[in-house]
Design a protein around this ligand. Structure first.
Ligand code: SAH
Length: 378
């Protein structure tokens, strides 16, 4: 493996620092950042030879210390309904999944923030996988680049920007983004940068199971759209299906939502609600739900439960989901039912799980020593 520093995914400041450290003239640093930014995020280049705005000797110099590389794509699958799933490997044993969901009017890329997850939500497949580690900002951004490569979305592939396939990004893959705050923040800011990938923050949604103390910071430092995995209107039920609720109960969670900056009817919070037969799907649950969120500009996304091997729940019947949605709708909230996509390739909500297992610390240290790189994130 290369020990060159990868420039992909660094913030603008991080990139400037890296260039200065490699001997780039301070006076030229901001121009070089601009040129590299355009090359990486507008052109999608993967080697320095492709950056024709830089003189040849400089390209050579930079390529001696830096890389513009992509992680390894282990598998790329396409579902019968057009959904795509990539298994991406960042390092031995460090694998995540990224999913692209094409729709008539949009294309949504669902990206991961952690390898595994600590939350153990009872209905979620990822929750059965222990946390292996947080992804770096570079690793989060590179999921977008891998998807753009495969969808042939760069200008050199002959596409212009108004035929863009990836129009939205949701942080709803593996992991809890608010438990990896700094990396998620930096990554979203790179993805939203108007001179690069240029996806508006109104089209980027961060989904959280409810890490209440981090929600105000997400509002201040990220400013993307917010989705909350609510799933139940009462603490007794939510304590069981989303154990994080025991730490941050519904009342505190909803207070943080009310205080989220910039909310309006045009900028609503999405409450995700997975439909579990006999658990959270009664008419009384629906009525209680609209009561507790009153006053919050919101929409309720009803998610039919996606089964996985050994799952302890069943999906509510279709008529039940529709009746539940009716009640929510009559109370004035949009209540779209999320059509399950990519079930045949295990790409649907809550079905993601990689083979990565947590390596014992001692094994990992031995591996690091043998590869002589001491700066892998812990
Ligand atoms: N940890 C964050 C990000 C993951 S988002 C969060 O909880 O919001 C993944 C979304 O899929 C969440 O809304 C989650 O509750 C939902 N989900 C998990 N398992 C599911 C399943 N088996 N069927 C349908 N939706 C599921």
């Amino acid at each position: 493996m290369s020990t060159k520093t990868n420039l992909v995914g660094l913030t603008r400041e991080g990139l400037a620092q890296a260039l200065l450290g490699a001997g780039v003239e301070p006076k030229q640093a901001s121009m070089r950042v601009q040129q590299l930014w355009n090359a990486m995020y507008v052109q999608g280049v993967t080697d320095f030879d492709g950056i024709t705005t830089l003189a040849k000797p400089l390209r050579q110099e930079l390529s001696g210390v830096f890389a513009l590389s992509r992680p390894e794509v282990v598998t790329a699958q396409v579902s019968r309904d057009g959904t795509r799933k990539w298994v991406i490997r960042f390092a031995p044993g460090i694998e995540i999944e990224t999913v692209f969901i094409p729709d008539e009017d949009r294309g949504t890329l669902c990206i991961s923030s952690q390898v595994g997850c600590t939350l153990s939500c009872r209905f979620c497949h990822t929750g059965t996988q222990k946390l292996v580690r947080n992804l770096t900002a570079a690793e989060i951004v590179s999921q977008v680049l891998v998807a753009r490569d495969d969808l042939k979305e760069w200008p050199r592939a002959g596409r212009n920007s108004d035929t863009r396939q990836i129009t939205n990004v949701v942080m709803m893959g593996m992991g809890e983004p608010l438990y990896n705050f700094e990396n998620v923040r930096d990554a979203i800011n790179v993805i939203a940068d108007g001179e690069g990938l240029s996806l508006s923050k109104r089209r980027i949604t961060l989904s959280t199971a409810g890490v209440v103390p981090m929600i105000p910071r997400a509002g201040d430092e990220i400013g993307s759209m917010l989705a909350i995995s609510l799933h139940a209107p009462r603490d007794d039920v939510r304590d069981v299906i989303v154990p994080l609720n025991k730490k941050y109960p519904i009342k505190e969670l909803l207070e943080a939502c009310r205080a989220y900056p910039g909310l309006s009817n045009a900028r609503r919070i999405t409450f995700e609600y997975v439909m579990l037969k006999g658990v959270n799907d009664s008419n009384a649950d629906a009525r209680e739900l609209v009561k507790i969120i009153r006053g919050i500009p919101a929409k309720i996304n009803l998610i039919p439960f996606n089964a996985w091997p050994g799952a302890p729940y069943e999906c509510s019947d279709w008529e039940r989901i529709e009746e539940f949605g009716e009640i929510v709708n009559r109370a004035g909230y949009a209540s779209p039912i999320r059509t399950p996509r990519g079930r045949d390739i295990m790409a649907a909500c809550g079905q993601l799980k990689s083979e990565s297992v947590k390596q014992r610390a001692s094994e990992r240290m031995a591996e690091l020593r043998s590869r002589d790189i001491g700066r892998m994130p812990s």
